[in-house]
Design a protein around this ligand. Structure first.
Ligand SMILES: Nc1ncnc2c1ncn2[C@@H]1O[C@H](COP(=O)(O)OP(=O)(O)OP(=O)(O)O)[C@@H](O)[C@H]1O
Ligand SMILES: [Mg+2]
Length: 160
Protein backbone atom coordinates (compact mmCIF):
# COMPACT_ATOMS: atom_id res chain seq x y z
CA UNK A 1 0.00 0.00 0.00
CA UNK A 2 1.27 3.45 -0.89
CA UNK A 3 -0.23 6.20 1.26
CA UNK A 4 0.85 9.11 -0.93
CA UNK A 5 2.11 9.89 -4.42
CA UNK A 6 5.57 10.31 -2.89
CA UNK A 7 5.42 6.77 -1.51
CA UNK A 8 4.35 5.44 -4.90
CA UNK A 9 7.35 7.19 -6.47
CA UNK A 10 9.56 5.71 -3.76
CA UNK A 11 8.38 2.19 -4.61
CA UNK A 12 9.15 2.87 -8.26
CA UNK A 13 12.59 4.18 -7.38
CA UNK A 14 13.42 1.01 -5.49
CA UNK A 15 12.11 -1.17 -8.29
CA UNK A 16 14.42 0.69 -10.67
CA UNK A 17 17.43 -0.66 -8.81
CA UNK A 18 16.35 -4.19 -9.74
CA UNK A 19 15.62 -3.48 -13.43
CA UNK A 20 17.83 -4.72 -16.25
CA UNK A 21 17.92 -4.12 -20.02
CA UNK A 22 15.07 -5.92 -21.75
CA UNK A 23 12.71 -5.88 -18.77
CA UNK A 24 9.03 -5.22 -19.47
CA UNK A 25 6.46 -3.98 -16.95
CA UNK A 26 2.74 -4.05 -17.65
CA UNK A 27 1.15 -1.25 -15.60
CA UNK A 28 -2.55 -1.84 -15.13
CA UNK A 29 -5.30 -0.05 -13.24
CA UNK A 30 -7.90 2.66 -13.63
CA UNK A 31 -7.47 6.31 -14.56
CA UNK A 32 -5.60 8.17 -11.86
CA UNK A 33 -4.55 5.04 -10.03
CA UNK A 34 -0.87 6.04 -10.07
CA UNK A 35 0.76 4.34 -13.05
CA UNK A 36 2.47 7.47 -14.38
CA UNK A 37 3.42 8.53 -10.85
CA UNK A 38 5.10 5.15 -10.34
CA UNK A 39 6.95 5.51 -13.66
CA UNK A 40 8.25 8.88 -12.43
CA UNK A 41 9.85 7.05 -9.53
CA UNK A 42 11.33 4.38 -11.78
CA UNK A 43 12.74 7.02 -14.12
CA UNK A 44 14.32 8.87 -11.22
CA UNK A 45 15.81 5.62 -9.98
CA UNK A 46 17.20 4.83 -13.41
CA UNK A 47 18.90 8.22 -13.55
CA UNK A 48 16.56 9.92 -16.02
CA UNK A 49 16.98 13.66 -15.51
CA UNK A 50 14.12 14.88 -17.72
CA UNK A 51 10.71 15.22 -16.12
CA UNK A 52 8.36 12.37 -16.95
CA UNK A 53 4.85 13.23 -18.09
CA UNK A 54 1.99 11.03 -19.21
CA UNK A 55 2.37 9.61 -22.72
CA UNK A 56 -1.44 9.24 -23.13
CA UNK A 57 -1.52 11.49 -26.17
CA UNK A 58 1.86 10.86 -27.74
CA UNK A 59 1.55 7.11 -26.96
CA UNK A 60 5.27 6.69 -26.28
CA UNK A 61 8.10 8.68 -24.78
CA UNK A 62 11.75 7.69 -24.74
CA UNK A 63 14.21 8.67 -22.04
CA UNK A 64 17.84 7.92 -21.37
CA UNK A 65 18.78 6.55 -17.99
CA UNK A 66 22.17 6.02 -16.41
CA UNK A 67 24.84 4.64 -18.77
CA UNK A 68 22.51 5.44 -21.67
CA UNK A 69 19.97 2.78 -20.68
CA UNK A 70 16.89 3.44 -22.86
CA UNK A 71 13.64 3.84 -20.96
CA UNK A 72 10.48 3.44 -23.03
CA UNK A 73 7.24 4.71 -21.53
CA UNK A 74 4.19 3.58 -23.49
CA UNK A 75 0.48 4.20 -22.96
CA UNK A 76 -2.06 2.04 -24.79
CA UNK A 77 -5.14 3.88 -23.46
CA UNK A 78 -5.94 5.52 -26.77
CA UNK A 79 -5.29 2.47 -28.92
CA UNK A 80 -8.11 0.15 -29.85
CA UNK A 81 -6.66 -2.62 -31.95
CA UNK A 82 -3.55 -4.75 -31.70
CA UNK A 83 -2.87 -3.67 -35.28
CA UNK A 84 -2.33 -0.10 -34.00
CA UNK A 85 0.75 -1.24 -32.11
CA UNK A 86 2.97 -1.51 -35.17
CA UNK A 87 2.46 2.21 -35.85
CA UNK A 88 4.22 3.06 -32.59
CA UNK A 89 6.99 0.50 -33.07
CA UNK A 90 5.73 -1.59 -30.18
CA UNK A 91 7.56 -4.81 -31.06
CA UNK A 92 10.91 -3.05 -31.26
CA UNK A 93 10.44 -1.53 -27.84
CA UNK A 94 9.41 -4.76 -26.18
CA UNK A 95 12.14 -6.84 -27.81
CA UNK A 96 14.78 -4.14 -27.36
CA UNK A 97 17.53 -3.57 -24.84
CA UNK A 98 15.77 -0.86 -22.91
CA UNK A 99 13.35 -0.99 -20.02
CA UNK A 100 9.78 -0.90 -21.34
CA UNK A 101 6.98 0.42 -19.13
CA UNK A 102 3.51 -0.05 -20.60
CA UNK A 103 0.51 1.77 -19.13
CA UNK A 104 -2.91 0.26 -19.89
CA UNK A 105 -1.20 -2.96 -20.96
CA UNK A 106 -4.37 -4.82 -19.91
CA UNK A 107 -6.04 -3.49 -23.07
CA UNK A 108 -3.89 -5.76 -25.20
CA UNK A 109 -2.79 -8.74 -23.16
CA UNK A 110 -2.09 -10.73 -26.31
CA UNK A 111 0.68 -8.25 -27.19
CA UNK A 112 2.66 -8.83 -24.00
CA UNK A 113 5.94 -10.72 -24.26
CA UNK A 114 6.61 -14.12 -22.73
CA UNK A 115 8.29 -12.69 -19.68
CA UNK A 116 6.98 -9.57 -17.95
CA UNK A 117 5.87 -8.31 -14.56
CA UNK A 118 2.25 -7.27 -14.19
CA UNK A 119 1.64 -4.45 -11.72
CA UNK A 120 -1.89 -3.45 -10.84
CA UNK A 121 -2.74 -0.14 -9.19
CA UNK A 122 -6.02 0.35 -7.37
CA UNK A 123 -7.40 3.47 -5.72
CA UNK A 124 -8.13 2.58 -2.12
CA UNK A 125 -8.53 6.06 -0.62
CA UNK A 126 -8.03 9.73 -1.52
CA UNK A 127 -4.25 9.33 -1.49
CA UNK A 128 -3.96 5.59 -0.95
CA UNK A 129 -3.10 3.15 -3.72
CA UNK A 130 -2.88 -0.63 -3.48
CA UNK A 131 -0.16 -2.00 -5.72
CA UNK A 132 0.00 -5.70 -6.49
CA UNK A 133 2.49 -7.50 -8.67
CA UNK A 134 2.38 -10.80 -10.52
CA UNK A 135 5.51 -12.07 -12.27
CA UNK A 136 4.99 -13.85 -15.57
CA UNK A 137 8.16 -15.75 -16.39
CA UNK A 138 11.49 -16.45 -14.68
CA UNK A 139 13.09 -13.07 -15.28
CA UNK A 140 10.04 -11.27 -13.88
CA UNK A 141 10.18 -13.62 -10.90
CA UNK A 142 13.76 -12.55 -10.20
CA UNK A 143 12.85 -8.91 -10.63
CA UNK A 144 9.97 -9.13 -8.18
CA UNK A 145 12.16 -11.01 -5.72
CA UNK A 146 14.80 -8.25 -5.90
CA UNK A 147 12.20 -5.53 -5.51
CA UNK A 148 10.74 -7.27 -2.50
CA UNK A 149 14.17 -7.43 -0.88
CA UNK A 150 14.70 -3.73 -1.48
CA UNK A 151 11.36 -2.73 -0.02
CA UNK A 152 11.67 -5.12 2.89
CA UNK A 153 8.12 -6.37 2.53
CA UNK A 154 8.97 -9.81 3.86
CA UNK A 155 7.68 -13.14 2.67
CA UNK A 156 4.25 -13.88 1.33
CA UNK A 157 2.34 -12.61 -1.70
CA UNK A 158 3.69 -9.25 -2.68
CA UNK A 159 1.14 -6.56 -2.17
CA UNK A 160 1.93 -3.03 -1.09
N1 LIG B 1 -0.60 7.12 -3.35
C1 LIG B 1 -0.66 7.71 -4.55
N2 LIG B 1 0.02 7.16 -5.59
C2 LIG B 1 -0.03 7.70 -6.81
N3 LIG B 1 -0.72 8.81 -7.14
C3 LIG B 1 -1.42 9.40 -6.14
C4 LIG B 1 -1.41 8.88 -4.83
N4 LIG B 1 -2.19 9.67 -4.05
C5 LIG B 1 -2.64 10.63 -4.85
N5 LIG B 1 -2.19 10.49 -6.11
C6 LIG B 1 -2.54 11.36 -7.23
O1 LIG B 1 -3.30 10.58 -8.14
C7 LIG B 1 -2.96 10.93 -9.46
C8 LIG B 1 -2.39 9.73 -10.17
O2 LIG B 1 -2.21 10.07 -11.49
P1 LIG B 1 -1.36 9.21 -12.50
O3 LIG B 1 -1.24 10.06 -13.73
O4 LIG B 1 -0.13 8.71 -11.87
O5 LIG B 1 -2.36 7.99 -12.76
P2 LIG B 1 -2.38 7.01 -13.99
O6 LIG B 1 -2.70 5.67 -13.41
O7 LIG B 1 -1.15 7.12 -14.80
O8 LIG B 1 -3.65 7.53 -14.82
P3 LIG B 1 -3.95 7.39 -16.39
O9 LIG B 1 -4.69 6.08 -16.53
O10 LIG B 1 -4.85 8.56 -16.66
O11 LIG B 1 -2.69 7.41 -17.15
C9 LIG B 1 -1.94 12.05 -9.38
O12 LIG B 1 -2.62 13.28 -9.44
C10 LIG B 1 -1.33 11.84 -8.01
O13 LIG B 1 -0.81 13.02 -7.45
MG1 LIG C 1 -0.80 7.54 -16.79
Amino acid sequence: MAKSAAQTRGLGRRLAAALAPGDVLALCGDLGSGKTTFVQGIARGLGVTESVTSPSFVLVREYAGRHGLPVYHLDLFRLNRVGDLSAIGYDEYVAGQGVTLIEWAQKMPQALPRDYAELTFAISGPTARAITVIPHGPRAGQLVHDWKKRTGSGPGPFSR
